[in-house]
Each structure stands twice: as structure tokens, then as C-alpha cells.
Design a protein around this ligand. Sequence first.
Ligand code: DGJ
Length: 725
Amino acid sequence: MAIEVREQDFVFHLYTKNTSYILSAAEGEHLAHVYWGKRIRIPSMDNALLFRWSCFDVMEDAEPPFSLDYIGREYPSVAGDYRIPAIEVEYADGSRECSLTFQGYRILEGKPERQGMPSLYTEPGDACETLEIILQDRIKGIWVFVYYTVYEDYDVMTRSVTVKNRGTEEVHLTRVASASVDFESSGFELLTLPGAWGRERHIERYPVRRGRQMAGSSRGASSHQMNPFVALLEPETTEEKGNVYSMNLVYSGNFTMGAEVDQIGKTRLFMGLGNEDFSWLLGTGESFDAPECVMVFSADGLGGMSGIYHNIYRERLVRGTFRGGKRPILVNNWEATYFDFNEDKIVALAGAAAELGLELLVLDDGWFGKRNNDTCSLGDWYANLEKLPNGIAGLAEKVREQGIRFGLWVEPEMVSPDSDLYRKHPDWCIHVEGRPRSECRNQLTLDLSRGDVCCYLVQTLKELLSSAPISYIKWDMNRHMSNVGSAKLPAERQRELPHRYILGLYKVIQEVTESFPDVLFESCSGGGGRFDPGMLYYTPQIWTSDDTDPVERIYIQYGTSLVYPISAMGAHVSAVPNHQTGRVTPMKMRGDVAMSGNLGYELDLTKFTEEEKETVKKQIADYKELRNLILQGDFYRLKSPFEGTDAAWMVISKEREEFFAAYFQIQAKVNQGITRIKFRGLKPNVFYEDRTTGEIYGGDELMQIGLVVDLFGDYQSRTWHFCEK
Ligand code: DGJ
């Protein structure tokens, strides 16, 4: 059993294969954090749990006295603790005190289901248990249930929180963290994945200073600008060594995360809801569920941490038919045609794609309403018959006649002011009455906090998907929230809109994906603006970035791989000069980067030269051979582009019998010495054969000595495919 309890003083030991997490109800009252790190067999727990010395701070009425500001805490509230709280409330009388004390606990088999919210799931046979800790503010009757689920074999713990108002008056929740952990020391570094449109999830690592270091999103989406992931590292941590403590929120909207170093050098790490756009009015008898936070500790550096996330996300977050490696290689017409297409062009593209060995054609933006540019028609999800005289069903049939499947782009959460939908329901968008509606890409956001809007979307999407043989949907979302207001919510609930929107989105996407289990859904948000575990729960793959330049993609895919498996990443070969950067790179490098994920093409295949056709045919054939390995194997980062101008990574099968590796020389240097690639995770005592050259090497040799990489020029790449001999 992964949870042990010492009853006499309420010490809880939660453990996985390699990790221990210990908390205790100190003095029978205060939920204290004791330890998170490498597995401990049987903690004696006679270590002092409370640091009793305090000078000026509020003291508890205990003998000897102590201060809540000095102890490690698990779910801190404001009373007597000056560090960032996990929960903040405001009562009708304006008071904000919430003094949570321990009331009891339960151990639950498996994991309680979280209704309406994405979360990791369990399967029969999983070694999985949940600790429920019950806290209460006795004066106001606010109850907080903190859930810790331990996935013993995966080395993962999740935390989530439910707040219940059992008092006699309403209360506003203004912060509800999903996890908060106190460390006894400081001197850590913080690692986050910030970015921008076209430059998502770059790695940023910096020392945690005294005071608060906060990051997050208030854009209504998890965002390009900051991923809901944070890690605390020992400064010497590398890919292979060092202690890493990390949190990833299973959520697609606004969030706040960060760290705080206090007056005596302790560090608090936190993650959850609670920025300036969050507030939730909790009536008497009501409850509020915060999103789940996935927590991973690794003593084996960043590589160890990533491996743990990749495994559990592939096996206990992604669901359905496409959970494994069965993803089609696709061609998307966006960068090939933009809005300028008709049925003949798309059918020709499908024909060229089939000839090259591709498996699916995706018709992107511009197929509906009157849409020939981005100024109109979002919301009018019926075919533009001028472009597509046989409608979507007719086109899908013609594409299938070419020998490949058909997929379609939609942006269901949006509406164009110039659309039939907007003319009929101008109050269905997010807006503040009496103020101009600020448009971004000429569009407005539908108010998914409204039940009527959600019902309409479910029905519209179901009709669309039933109307034609559609095998794939790209679910896009291309703007952030502004004028955050809803025509339906009362004044005191307006700040609930961003969270209610995400709950509405989850409801819609759950119903639609459940109704079409054999359709592959890929989510997208102006590229990778909602690349988070919340979306991954519904859509097994996500468009990683609108930036398809392979050089830029190396940074983006490398950063993304810190948390998310490469099977989650959509990666396409596009034309040169690249549409985002103007860079000209060889087809080989474009292919090598894109095949390190879900391979696709996004350029006009009908214009290929014979030589390009041959290169791409080979890329596709190679990928088909490697696809299961790439999508299901263990991923290792070998060389970071953030530390030089080269990058390398590899994927090895679980049985360590086969691996694929890629090396990228972004910028050539003269007289720079010998460059080697040293592989990882191999069996040292067996021989591996290079599938291209037939050369044979020992696993130990490939890991210790490695191979010389001899590349000449900028934007060069090399790949290897080895099998055990
Ligand atoms: C943004 C997406 O990221 C692109 O791939 C493309 O689908 C456009 N939207 C279409 O408007």
C-alpha cells in the first residue's frame, strides 16, 4: 500500500517506487509538510516537525509557542503565515481570515473521479491510492478537502482540492491553489517554459531569490506566453543528475505559479488558480473543485523527470483509440494554399499526398460561410459552396477516392462579427455591455460560461461530424480573452467567467470527442497556445507551434519535451523560404525535425520536383518503419540547443532493442574539434547494428565513446536507426 499512517500523531507517508512524500497534522491541528524527495523506507518521524523559535510573528496558543510562519505547511491560509497562501477568501463582512485546522482523513482505494475536469485516470491493476485530508475553518464553516493520489509504479503523485461552504453565509474564493509545498532550504533554481506566438516553451532557468517569484497566465488560456509547469532544481542539476521537484497543472485556462523564499531561507513552491481574474462565489452548501496538479520528483535530473511525465501522460492522460501510436501521417493545406483553394486544388493535393505515401489530408481554415480571409464567417459551420460545390461530404468522398482519409479544421469557440451566428446572437460573445468589443484577428470569443452556447456548439459539431466521412478534426482557438464579461452572469459572479469558460469548453469537447471515438482530434491555439495536460486529456496530439521553421522548431520541441511526450507534438515539413522566418533549410533537416513527433507536411506537394518527391517518399517510408518506436519509446535529450548551436535527441524502445537518434548542426563552425554523439539508455552488453551502414557497435561503446558526427555547413542533420544484433 502506497500510503502509511502513524495514527497516534497523524504522520502520513506517501510513497512511490522512488519517492517519499511525508506530511503530518502537527500538534493534531496544523497540516505540516515534512519531506518530499528520494524514497525513505520507514520514516521514524521523531524529527522535530515544528520549528518553534519566533520573535515577532503571530504565535499559536501552544506550549511551547510556535509560529505558523516558521513551519513547513501543506495547505496554508493567511492566518499567521505571511508567505503566499494556498487559499484566500473574502466574506460578506469584508474579513478574509481562514484558519484551516486538521479534522481527519480517509484513505480511498484508487482515485475519486473528478467530474467535468480533465485528470489522470487509473486502470484496473494500477497500484494507486488516495489520501483525503479534511481541514476546516471552524468559525466560518469552510471545509477544505485536499486529495493526494499516489501512482506507485509511475513515480507520480497528484494533488487536488475541493472547497465546501458548510457555513451560514456566502464566501468569495479569490485563490485556490492545487498544490503548495514548503522546503526547509533555499538556493534552488526555478525552471519555467515561457514563450510567445511562434516561440513557445523555451527553457528559462534562474536562481530563486528572496521574496516571491510569480508567473502565470491571465489570457483565458494556458497560453503561449507561460506553460502551466514549474520546477525547482538544485543548481547543479543536469539532464542526468540532480534533484528536481516539479508541478504541472491539468488545466487550460488562467493560472498562477511560482516560488517564495522567506525570511529564514525556506522555499515555498505553488501552483493553481488565483490571479487577478479569478474569484468564485461559494453559496452555502456549495462546493468548488480546483484543477489537478501532477507532481513529479526526480533524483535523476531533468531527463528522469521528463521520462516520468512522458510515461504517465501517454498511458494515464491520453485516452481512446489514438492513445498508442496509431497516428496518421498527414498533409495540411494551410501553408500550401491559405484561403485560396477550391475543390480541384484540394483533390489534387490529396492525390499527390497519396502518391507519396501520406495517409490523411486536412482541410484547414476557409472552407465555410463566406470565408476567403480572416475577416468573417467564424460560427457559420456550413460549406462555402462557391469553393466546394459538392460540400464537405462530396469533397471528403473525392479525397478518399484518392486513397487517403479526410480531416477538417474548426474553430468552434469563436465568432466573427460578420457572421450569421453573430447577427442572430450578438450577446453570445464575451463582452462588457456599453464598451466596444475588442477584436483580435477580427474575431470575438463565444461565451462558453453559458449553457445555451455550449449546447449549440455540441449540436453543431455533432451535425458537422455526422455529415461526412471525417477522420480527423483540428480544433483551433486563435485569440485571448479581453473585455472579460458575460451577459448572463450577475455582477458578483463576473470574475468567474474565465474559469466557467474553461469548464464549458471541457464539457463541449468531452461530449464531442466521446461521440466520435474513431476521429482523431488535434488541438491548436494559434499554434501551441494551449499545449497543456488539460487539452491533452481530450486530444491526443496538439499543434506544437505555428512556427514550422526547423531551426525554431528544435528549440520549441526540445523545450516542450521537458514535460510532454513527443507523441503529443504535431510537427510538419513546410516550404522554403520558411513562411515565418524566411530561412532556407534543406528538406532533410525539415524532415528530421518533423519526424521527431507526429510527422506531417504543410506545403504544396503538387509542385514537388522529382528529386523532392523521392526524398519525401523515403522520409515517409522511414517514418512508417519508425513510427511506433518514435511515438512509444523513451525519449532522451542528448544536446541542448539552448547551450550552443547544436542539438541532439534519441528515442529508444522500452525493451532497449531499437533506437532512433537525430543530431542537428544549426550553425557550422570552423576548426571546432571533434563532435560526438553519445547515446543513452542502451544495454551495455549487447551489440547494435546501424540499419543504414550495417556497422556493428557495442552498447557500452555507443554510450561511452559514441560516434563522430561529421557535418558540413549550416542547417545540417543526421539520423541513425540502430537495432540489437
Ligand atoms: C492558426 C493555426 O495554428 C494554423 O495552423 C492555422 O490553422 C490557422 N490558425 C488558420 O486560421
